[in-house]
Design a protein around this ligand. Structure first.
Ligand code: G16
Length: 542
């Protein structure tokens, strides 16, 4: 039976950098989830009888929302839903399923690297038929719908069995519960030289992959241990938990500290890696060396041709604006185009669809390619493994040789979390108000050369995205970028991205925070971080 339910609009359902993210309890308000899902469906056209993919990272509240989404999709007119067994699909796996089965789109339930549990975070986002996050044209429509919604429709039916693989019927719609891992593992096998990686493990190569009790556990176990022959125990924290074991499933040096410490020890494995809540981020650490996401992008781009899936070379490289310029010099050496986009994977979709870029990356631990339309944590790990299997050198040697050839971009991001929203907006507004006057002025011994608020002109569809971050370039080539995160759920998160090209002798040994000390000082003086936020130091340094 179809139920039509009257509802009242919520005024806080604007999708952020990657869909709608809020506290679980916020999502649990009556009709909050239903309003948003109805607003998604009302923003789409031409999906009657078509396929919708639904899956999530398994966090607390995942199963309930999946049941709701399926029952609403049945009334909206979809012909088929593909859902991962247990409601599980990593974000890149969902992107792959959408593409492989030519689905109309997909609903992905995740708050990514944010913690999970009844008092933590949840998220809903819509991906389009290319497998990528909906572009701003669609998220704007969704937002407009959330403001005017008065009713939603849902099938009044018992819950489906999400744990039994196979086909069930709901109204006029079929629901197929699929193996969440198989299609993804097959895709990875088509891109990388599995026999070479397997031979490397057989030769004694050691690795630790921290799945952070999140979605990549089953994917990593199947691919690394079952298909590539890595010893059992290579994958740690491999069982997905609804609350990620009470941790932040964020693969950075703060939240994956155990892995980091292990990789810095004398008896460290050859290679360490981790992924986040929904499997799209990656952390790469060699024995004795952390590889920044910006460097990892540059290194992967420079070496991608060593993997069969990229043997014919790259069409171009794309990076988000705050990501370091390390990849730019690789693009220059390869004589291919480099694209600079705003933060948010959705901005890469057009470039990938148009064949302009093959590899993309972001400083926020995201790397990926045209194999799907999301960033892909395990993909990055496997490309690294493929490169290591071919080059047969330690990660540290590969990275330092790269720096010797291209120079080293000293790079760090300072995050000030849960800052009072007005204070954060005030800081950004004050910076924006001074942009025209800044060039030529000297702050903390650095002279400002350029100052602007980044606007992106999409070279494929001509759309323009404004106010994407304040960037200040100094005369010595160093740079600071200020922007507010679009993924936080409490107050505002100020992100300060700091960068300097370090080509001098000893650059490989220079400690990053020390190398960037003058840029850090200039950033504080420019924005008045301490005085405006009341914070003495960043909460997270990546
Ligand atoms: C999301 C987006 C990324 C973005 C990151 C950080 O990642 O998909 O494109 O770089 O958030 O965004 P912000 O700086 O606005 O917080 P994820 O892994 O959270 O989905």
């Amino acid at each position: 039976m179809i139920k039509t339910v009257s509802t009242t609009a919520f005024d806080d359902q604007k999708p952020g950098t990657s869909g709608l993210r809020k506290k679980v309890r916020h999502f649990q308000q009556t009709n909050y989830v239903q309003n948003f899902i109805q607003s998604i469906f009302d923003s789409l056209e031409g999906f009657e009888g078509k396929t919708l993919v639904i899956g999530g990272d398994g966090r607390y509240f995942n199963r309930e929302v999946i049941q709701t989404a399926i029952k609403m999709a049945a009334v909206a007119g979809f012909g088929r839903v593909l859902v991962g067994k247990g409601g599980i699909l990593s974000t890149p796996a969902a992107s792959n399923v959408i593409r492989k089965y030519a689905a109309f789109g997909g609903i992905i339930l995740s708050a990514s690297h944010n913690p999970g549990g009844p008092d933590e975070d949840f998220g809903i986002k819509y991906n389009i038929g290319n497998g990528g996050p909906a572009p701003e044209g669609i998220t704007d429509k969704i937002h407009a719908n959330t403001k005017s919604i008065t009713e939603y429709t849902i099938l009044d039916a018992p819950d489906l069995d999400l744990d039994a693989q196979g086909t069930q019927t709901l109204g006029d719609m079929t629901v197929e519960v699929i193996d969440p891992v198989a299609d993804y593992a097959e895709l990875m096998e088509s891109l990388f030289d599995f026999p070479a990686i397997r031979a490397m493990f057989e030769g004694g190569f050691t690795m630790s992959f921290d799945a952070m009790s999140a979605v990549t556990g089953p994917y990593a176990t199947e691919i690394l241990e079952n298909r590539l022959g890595a010893p059992k125990g290579t994958v740690v924290n491999g069982t997905p938990l609804e609350d990620f074991g009470g941790h932040h499933p964020d693969p950075n040096l703060v939240h994956a500290k155990e892995l980091y410490d292990r990789m810095m020890a004398d008896d460290a494995p050859d290679f360490g890696a981790a992924s986040d809540g929904d499997g799209d981020r990656n952390l790469i650490i060699g024995r004795g060396i952390f590889v920044t996401p910006s460097d990892s992008l540059a290194l992967l781009a420079a070496n991608a041709h060593l993997a069969p899936g990229y043997a014919k070379g790259l069409a171009g490289i794309a990076r988000s604006m705050p990501t370091s310029g390390a990849a730019d010099r690789v693009a220059e050496a390869l004589c291919i185009e480099i694209y600079e986009t705003p933060t948010g994977w959705k901005f890469f979709g057009n470039l990938l669809d148009a064949g302009k870029a093959t590899i993309c990356g972001e400083e926020s631990a995201g790397t990926g390619s045209d194999h799907v339309r999301e960033k892909d944590g395990l993909w990055a790990v496997l490309l690294w493994l493929n490169i290591l299997a071919v080059r047969k050198e330690p990660v540290k040697d590969i990275v330092t040789a790269h720096w010797a050839k291209y120079g080293r971009n000293q790079y760090t991001r300072h995050d000030y979390e849960a800052v009072e929203t007005d204070a954060a907006n005030g800081l950004m507004d004050a910076l924006r108000g001074r942009l025209a006057d800044l060039p030529g002025t000297t702050v903390a011994d650095l002279t400002v050369a350029t100052a602007d608020d980044f606007s992106y002109h999409d070279p494929v569809d001509g759309s323009v995205s404004k106010n994407q971050g304040v960037r200040i370039g100094f005369e010595d080539g160093s740079r600071v970028v200020f922007r507010l995160s679009g993924t936080g759920t409490s107050g505002a998160t100020l992100r300060v991205y700091l960068e300097k090209l370090d080509t001098g002798p000893g650059s490989a040994e220079r400690e990053t925070q020390a190398a960037l000390a003058d840029v850090i000082a200039a950033a504080d003086e420019l924005a008045g971080i301490k005085s405006r936020t009341g914070r003495d130091a960043p909460d997270v340094i990546t």
